[in-house]
Design a protein. Structure first.
Lengths: 412, 412
């Protein structure tokens, strides 16, 4: 059993939604990678009674708790006081803490405001965590079965303190056995279709499968126990990847992270020194925008009046729009001098802003030897259609670069 | 006393830190604005025992609870089951829910996967919340003293359901006395500079001022008590807006919501029936992408080789890049037939991907009578530079349209 850790965030700005609790997310990632099991996040504001009862609750549930926030100098910073009351540990003045806080201000040629003196008051028997990145020292202490670590809420200070002063200590204090996480990153297939494919496979019970749908991809997450056989890990991963098929654009492993769809394309474009020109319609600049930082994108353009056919498409809309896109792609490839031209058109322009009506995308990739193309239907708000359009266009390029050639039969 | 609401998020992706819990932040903002007091956020993973105990805890503490996540079709989606067990409400098959889920797939020409049938099982006596934006219906129910609302975890679906199906119901169910929130939406000025300006004003003690820095704007939030005098509210708002100056692009009031920068521009473009053509460099498609759904954008293009000057700029870089941009803008305005041409160039291309080095943007807006221009320095990652570049370009157009004429002295 992995040790159970909880994350506790203090701050009115968190509970009132002025900021998303990115500290909790960041800490959880580190802790999971170390081999902890994160069981709960809780955020409360600056009511001292809420803080006290939460600290007691956590002490009764978890093996470890990382708390952020509430260590500042102002009256709404109540963490130390709450710890003192919850665990019956009077606050004590810490001379070294005060020197460090003083030093922080001296370095900036400022006289320490009197309010900051409060930050040198730490609960009896706690261990001070020196903060070289701000004024609030952290501290840690054992209460009953639970090891508590208190860190400032400023993300930059919190991350430095955790990485440089807390992590190694946790590793000696707990017997941690990190699980191995493999993520199959897919695009173009839904969460439930993925699950139906994978459910047909028989997998060892020790392997856990999870799914995560994000805006730009769906991930299949495989969790292998710490001592799980490496060959078997690779075999299972490959078996699942094969079952999902060409939708998998990358496989991320602990020692081999994988980028997103554009990063995967970027690596293949750079390796083969190829370049791209794009004509966008439904995606309206978003294909180019997603390729920020990639020099192989030579040019991209969007024109309102070639967007799409208005009115109802003619009967053979498919062959008509594909033929048009192919012609445009040929010209663009020549005029731009790029290795590839990517052109996307769509039908039923009047449906674009109607979230209840779909549009159909006709995407063509022109290469040195011919072209590949596909048609996809997307629905939802304008923003969703735009994003899906950009991703489907990029995914056609990815499939070509990864030599899923069965998808590109249309060679001259 | 404001009614006490808690936010409960279900999902391994939240507790393991793969995503920050932006749902909790978004919901809290809405609820605070409605007059609730948000007392706690909790996130747990997909252990059914954790879910059950959390539901019982919340029922004993809060007047209302909004839960997100765990309504999907897969085996790790356990919210309905947990509700059934925690509150002793057997799950019942809902025929209308199944029809809607089926309809969602039919619209996309897909046969409903069998796993999705599970989403039509709802706790006995709960009220179904029809989800027109995805497959998972939400539901709500009273348990003891607490009103529970269960929503899907996909932010887009959750936000739509909350706004269109939940909010009005909460307003009739609870005696809410919302404070009046006025938000001054600004672009181009930092949080601390705003604060320094505003700190010089004397305001009634009952008015609370907050600041929120988002990616695309900084908001100054004024909270007026429920019964605060309306004329005085308007007077104070105007006084602060005047102090901030032209950075304010919109003022949002409870009965007069205001869109984002692009929405503000869109309204002005449509009222005056004007059109736009854009040449993008640092923004690489993002100006066009942000204008999705707006027909007044006639065209936009990005070309890698006109991006910027490489190497060190010459001494009079400013006049050089501005002159070039003006020439390009004149041609673009004529070739596109648009009312306005917006051209942006930047110097020091080799700094673009270096997050420790800034670039300087030269943006020119060509109009029927001449041009306006500005230069701005942006720093940070490629993504941040790209986004700021797009916003500064759009903001030049906004300032012109709002007739901040002092900014556009360069008429032929």
């Amino acid at each position: 059993m992995n040790p159970k850790v909880e994350i506790f965030s203090q701050g009115e700005e968190v509970v009132t939604g002025q900021v998303a609790d990115t500290n909790a997310a960041w800490l959880s990632q580190q802790l999971v990678a170390m081999g902890f099991s994160v069981s709960r996040h809780t955020a409360v504001g600056d009511k001292i009674s809420d803080l006290i009862s939460l600290l007691k609750e956590i002490a009764s549930r978890a093996d470890c708790c990382i708390c952020t926030g509430g260590l500042g100098p102002t009256t709404d910073d109540l963490t130390s006081e709450a710890v003192g009351k919850a665990f019956d540990l009077p606050l004590q003045f810490d001379e070294i803490a005060l020197q460090q806080i003083n030093g922080y201000f001296q370095q900036r040629n400022i006289t320490m405001p009197e309010v900051n003196r409060k930050q040198a008051m730490l609960p009896q028997s706690s261990i001070r965590l020196d903060n070289e990145w701000g004024t609030a020292p952290g501290f840690c202490l054992q209460y009953q079965h639970c090891w508590f670590v208190f860190l400032p809420g400023v993300p930059y200070e919190m991350q430095h303190l955790f990485t440089e002063k807390v992590q190694a200590n946790l590793q000696t204090r707990f017997a941690l056995q990190a699980e191995k996480l493999v993520a199959l990153r897919t695009f173009g297939i839904g969460e439930s279709a993925l699950q139906e494919n994978i459910n047909q496979l028989t997998l060892p019970e020790a392997v856990t499968i999870g799914y995560r749908a994000a805006l730009d991809e769906v991930q299949v997450k495989l969790l292998f126990p710490h001592h799980f056989d490496e060959n078997l890990t690779a075999e299972i991963t490959q078996k699942i990847a094969a079952e999902i098929g060409d939708y998998v654009f990358a496989i991320a492993e602990p020692d081999k992270p994988a980028g997103d769809l554009v990063a995967v394309i970027g690596e293949l474009m750079n390796t083969t020194a190829q370049t791209l020109a794009v004509l966008e319609t439904a995606s309206q600049g978003l294909i180019a925008a997603k390729c920020i930082g990639h020099d192989w994108l030579l040019e991209s353009s969007y024109k309102n009046n070639v967007c799409a056919m208005t009115g109802s498409p003619p009967k053979d809309c498919q062959s008509f729009l594909f033929a048009t896109a192919q012609e445009m792609g040929k010209s663009l490839r020549i005029s731009s001098g790029a290795s590839f031209a990517l052109v996307q058109l769509y039908d039923n322009k009047h449906n674009f802003s109607n979230k209840n009506q779909p549009i159909t995308l006709y995407t063509v990739l022109l290469t040195a030897n011919g072209f590949c193309q596909h048609t996809k239907t997307v629905s939802g708000t304008s923003q969703r259609k735009q994003n899906q359009a950009a991703l489907f266009a990029l995914d056609l390029l990815r499939r070509f670069l990864q030599q899923k050639e069965s998808l590109c039969p249309y060679y001259d």
